[in-house]
Design a protein around this ligand. Structure first.
Ligand SMILES: *Cc1c(COP(=O)(O)O)cnc(C)c1O
Length: 441
């Protein structure tokens, strides 16, 4: 059998493949070898999948659109650095994310900083950081930034207003605009505060930003949002006299995780976005358009790899207990979904179409909630087998309670050009305990 026969239809962008041994491989390296070298549990990234995902979208999208990586989805410096080397800019929301992007080689001119709760330390650094723009989410924040710029003698500080548009949006797994939210500034409030906007001294308003939410799986919904955002930007810029140096129209491109979901039709999506962009671009040829994406750029490239420790039965139910669980992969629990559904889960060491085992896959935590999958269909499972949660390159460790039960965070490994690199070492005892102080009782 050739490895290609093992590929599952419709999953051509899936990280890695199954080799003749029935073992999951990434760029020809067997997962057992990687597990031996770096230990488990670990997150395994395939740089080739990062590249092809980015490049496909880059090739499809209108050249006026810049693609920015939202570090929130995966803040690993090598993930960021690799996408940056391919041309991605960075959308960051904390000083550590800002420094990550900087050290990863993404230029400040290709970096934006956003977030509804920027603190004083952050604002003070941002005012002098030379970023493409600070994305401001409230009038009060705008006032403080203007004041800081005056104090620091900074002039023409580029600021983009994040708007909370009032058009209707549908199809998001988690809506972040178009309803009462802590994000952005209502369009109506901007209209009521034109004098304040005109009176800014050192801040230069350079554009508009809108992000409607995450996990959109219908291209028509994203195209609709893009059209509406570009239209709103065009109108608001006229009404309020805000120049359109930049319009960031968000993104929220989803990835199918569950049985009842289908992946985005990225060609149809890009075609729809390009129509809207072309129309806007004719009228505003000098506007930098930004499409900021986290999940879409990183999810497919990552697999969460755990090792089976125990297989046991309890009252007729089969349990597979692995060395990692929700402490590293909270997203697999399906936060915000009412029906418990599973991420794609596979045995990485025994690939066969036959499902011999139907089990509950759990981790090491002492809570019944540490369940990665229910009614998971796997081939024969034995201690020592490696189990993979696929499509897990986004919202993995950084969105998980890694300190729960003090297991710490897992290793992260990236396979790049046929070689496996450790891109984050696993937490050791001192990483966790070293920060604590025992009072002398
Ligand atoms: C979370 C977030 C993103 C990234 O969202 P994805 O759905 O992962 O692409 C982008 N922009 C903003 C403002 C966000 O809050």
């Amino acid at each position: 059998m050739t490895s290609s026969e093992f590929r599952v239809p419709g999953e051509s962008r899936l990280s890695g493949e199954f080799g003749v041994s029935g073992e999951f491989q990434v760029q020809g390296i067997g997962v057992s070898e990687i597990a031996r070298e770096f230990g488990t549990p670990l997150y395994l990234y395939d740089a080739e999948v990062l590249r092809s995902t980015y490049q496909e979208l880059r090739d499809l999208l209108h050249p006026a659109v810049d693609i920015f990586l939202s570090l929130k989805a995966n803040p690993n410096i090598s993930v960021c650095g690799y996408l940056g080397s391919l041309g991605a800019g960075a959308e960051v929301s904390s000083l550590v994310e800002l420094h990550t992007a900087r050290q990863a080689g993404i230029r400040p001119e290709d970096t934006i900083f956003l977030g509804p709760g920027k603190n004083t330390a952050e604002l003070e650094e941002l005012v002098g950081a030379g970023l493409h723009a600070i994305v401001v989410e409230s009038l009060e924040e705008l006032r403080i930034i203007d004041e800081l710029a005056v104090e620091r003698g900074v002039s023409d500080l580029p600021v983009i207003l994040r708007i909370n548009p009032d058009f209707h949006t549908k199809g998001s797994g988690l809506a972040m605009g178009g309803k009462p939210r802590q994000f952005g500034i209502d369009v109506e409030i901007l209209r009521q505060n034109q004098r304040f906007l005109k009176g800014l001294r050192r801040v230069q308003l350079t554009g508009l930003h809108a992000y409607m939410g995450t996990r959109f799986l219908k291209h028509t919904d994203i195209v609709h949002n893009t059209e509406q955002i570009l239209e709103t930007a065009d109108q608001l810029s006229d009404d309020l006299g805000i120049p359109l140096g930049t319009v960031d129209f968000g993104g929220g491109f989803g990835i199918a995780y569950f049985d009842n979901e289908t992946d985005l039709d990225v060609r149809a999506l890009a075609a729809g976005i390009n129509d809207a962009v072309a129309k806007f671009h004719d009228k505003h040829p000098d506007t930098r358009l930004i499409n900021e994406l986290g999940r879409y750029l990183t999810a497919m490239a990552g697999t969460y790899v755990t090792k089976v420790l125990y297989v046991k039965e309890s009252m007729g139910e089969q349990f597979v207990v692995a060395d990692g669980g929700t402490n590293h992969h909270m997203a697999a629990v399906g936060v915000g979904s009412f029906v418990k559904r599973n991420f794609p889960i596979r045995s990485l060491t025994r690939y066969t179409d036959e499902a011999e085992t139907v089990c509950t896959l759990t981790g090491p935590l002492c809570t019944p909630n540490d369940v990665i999958g229910k009614k998971v269909r796997l081939p024969r499972v034995e201690p020592g087998d490696l189990i993979g949660v696929e499509r897990s390159g986004a919202y993995g460790p950084s969105a998980s309670p890694g300190l729960f039960l003090s297991h710490g965070f897992p290793a992260e490994v990236m396979v790049h050009e046929g070689k496996a690199h450790l891109v984050r070492r696993r937490d050791v005892v001192d990483d966790l305990l070293g920060k604590q102080h025992l009072i002398d009782f």
